[in-house]
Design a protein around this ligand. Structure first.
Ligand code: NAD
Length: 503
């Protein structure tokens, strides 16, 4: 309790300047209000209290930001990769130096628990270091000689890009998208989620203090249908990297069609964790619980469908219920808290609506299934049992601490159930039968699969989904494939015969 009080006192110090001055846009190196002067209020999901006012960016603000990014592009593109690398490392240093401020602000702005957010800044810094190290070789190409030509390839940054991020783990996700764009030599206009704008602002300040030239990274706050839409439609913005809901992804594709935007989408999921009776059930239990109840279940890669073999289902679910009922829900800044409040009233209402739906669809509520009274948007961690895969609770992304358990009897049935969803982001498979693991992962429709493991991110590996879960991959060189254009140049090595027309 004393620790929580200390943390709240520190939080107040960190937030004071936002409470006084609001969260402003930042265009061409200058902090500024929206061109219309309009703001919107940002409330905390912890207690519903006002945190600060936020600039409500307009199409004019987006236009100014895109023009600044366009003007800054040639110099940033032409800066040697070794120099960009130094700046990205200084940004990483700045993030580490302000790790506590970032973590505390993120907790109060999003409702995420400190036990997870205390690592958000460190992970964000790693993203800048990792992609910074790749900056000097980002343009490297191939030599592909033919009989008459020396063919070479090189890569060039695509130009100014728009980056649109969601409210779940907004700090980490912003670094994850912006670091490779800068490393590639692109300039950026960032539109963070309206529900959680604070840490994106801190991140931008760190970047400019680290020596990032004005205009290379611009920040426009505001609503998706205003600032976000204008960004996706802007002629000077060459590509949109978007993380958010699948439906929003479709909208962005339509909005960007007229200007032929390149898009990269990281979208929703309804990811299966498949537990066979030959698995290490203790570890499977830990991982299944972690992957749905950490980060308040507001996690695209969460294992929100438990597919459990019927021979072990009763015992496994009984143990799970005991653990789920024991999860500590509380103030995000309390170091003991495991689940904090959901981001917003709107989202809280959506998650709660599934409690009644589960009953009406004929599933049982084995744990939780109710909100916690008070000012914040807290719900009890919830487990639906006796569900079938055709129920809405098994098909729709609930995006809260809510797990739907479904039983299966054979490997074939497990695979059919796992793939029977519009999504395909991640899958988790628990078995000690290596041949089964290989067969199963080969046929499982997902962009990322872990066998006998929770999701452990390794930056060089490809991150992304199939089906309605996304288009494109992040991580390692895949990020550069999105932010850069390939160029081929053929040099004649001699006087080869050129067809002569009209000769
Ligand atoms: P959202 O789609 O509602 O909003 C995301 C962002 O898009 C926000 O900044 C919003 O303002 C903006 N936006 C909304 N409408 C827009 C429009 N018409 N044009 C341009 N921008 C627009 O998503 P959310 O509710 O903030 O985030 C949760 C979703 O994100 C979940 O579906 C989750 O699975 C997904 N997500 C996916 C990944 C992944 O890597 N696959 C990671 C994190 C979150």
């Amino acid at each position: 309790m004393a620790q929580l009080e200390d943390n709240i006192a520190k939080l107040e110090d960190y937030l004071k300047r936002f409470r006084d001055g609001g969260v402003l846009n930042h265009i061409n190196g200058k902090s500024q209000a929206s061109s219309s002067g309009a703001t919107f209020d940002n409330h905390s999901p912890v207690d519903g209290k006002l945190i600060c006012a936020v600039a409500r960016g307009t199409a004019d603000d987006v236009d100014a930001a895109a023009k600044a990014a366009k003007a800054a592009f040639p110099a940033w593109r032409d800066m040697p990769g070794t120099e960009r690398k130094k700046i990205l490392h200084r940004i990483a240093d700045g993030i580490v130096a302000r790790a506590e401020e970032i973590a505390f602000a993120e907790c109060y702005d999003t409702g995420q628990a400190l036990r997870f957010m205390s690592k958000a800044a460190i992970r964000g810094a790693e993203n800048f270091r990792y992609f910074g190290d790749l900056a000097p070789s980002a343009r490297d190409g191939k030599q592909l000689p033919s009989a008459t030509l020396m063919n070479v390839t090189t890569r060039l940054p695509i130009g100014p890009v728009g980056i649109i991020t969601p409210w779940n783990t907004p700090f980490m996700l912003s670094t994850w998208k912006i670091a490779p764009a800068l490393a590639a030599g692109c300039t950026v206009v960032h539109k963070p989620a309206e529900f959680s704008p604070v840490t994106a602002r801190i991140l931008l300040e760190i970047a400019e203090e680290a020596g990032l030239p004005p205009g290379v990274w611009n920040l426009v706050n505001g609503f998706g249908e205003e600032a976000g839409k204008a960004l996706t439609e802007h002629r000077d913005i060459k590509a949109i990297a978007f993380v958010g809901e699948s439906q929003t992804g479709s909208m962005i594709m339509r909005q960007g069609a007229a200007t032929l935007k390149r898009v990269h989408f990281e979208l929703g999921g309804k990811n299966p964790v498949v537990v066979f009776d030959d698995a290490d059930l203790d570890r499977a239990l830990d991982a299944a619980i972690f992957m749905i109840y950490s980060l308040n279940g507001e996690r695209c890669t969460s294992s929100s469908r438990l597919l459990i073999q019927d021979s072990i289902a009763d015992k496994f679910l009984e143990r799970m219920v005991a653990r789920v009922n024991n999860i500590r829900v509380g103030h995000p800044l309390d170091p003991d808290t495991e689940i904090g409040p959901l981001i917003h009233k709107e989202h809280f209402d959506k998650v709660c609506s599934y409690f009644d739906l589960a009953k009406s669809e004929g599933a049982t509520i084995a744990a939780g299934g109710e909100a916690i009274a008070g000012d914040g948007y807290f719900v009890r961690p919830t487990l639906f049992a006796n569900a079938t895969n055709d129920m809405r609770i098994a098909q729709e992304e609930i995006f809260g601490p809510v797990l739907t358990a479904i039983t299966f009897d054979s490997e074939e049935q497990a695979l059919a159930l796992a793939n029977d969803t519009q999504y395909g982001l991640t899958g988790y498979v628990w078995t000690n039968n290596i041949a089964r693991a290989m067969r199963f992962t080969e046929k499982l429709e997902a962009g990322m699969i872990w066998v006998n493991s929770e999701n452990v991110r390794h930056l060089p590996t490809p991150f992304g989904g199939v089906k309605a879960s996304g288009i494109g991959r992040d991580g390692g060189d895949w990020s550069f494939e999105f932010y850069m254009e390939q160029k081929h140049i053929g040099f004649a090595t001699g006087a080869h015969k050129i067809p002569q027309l009209g000769a």
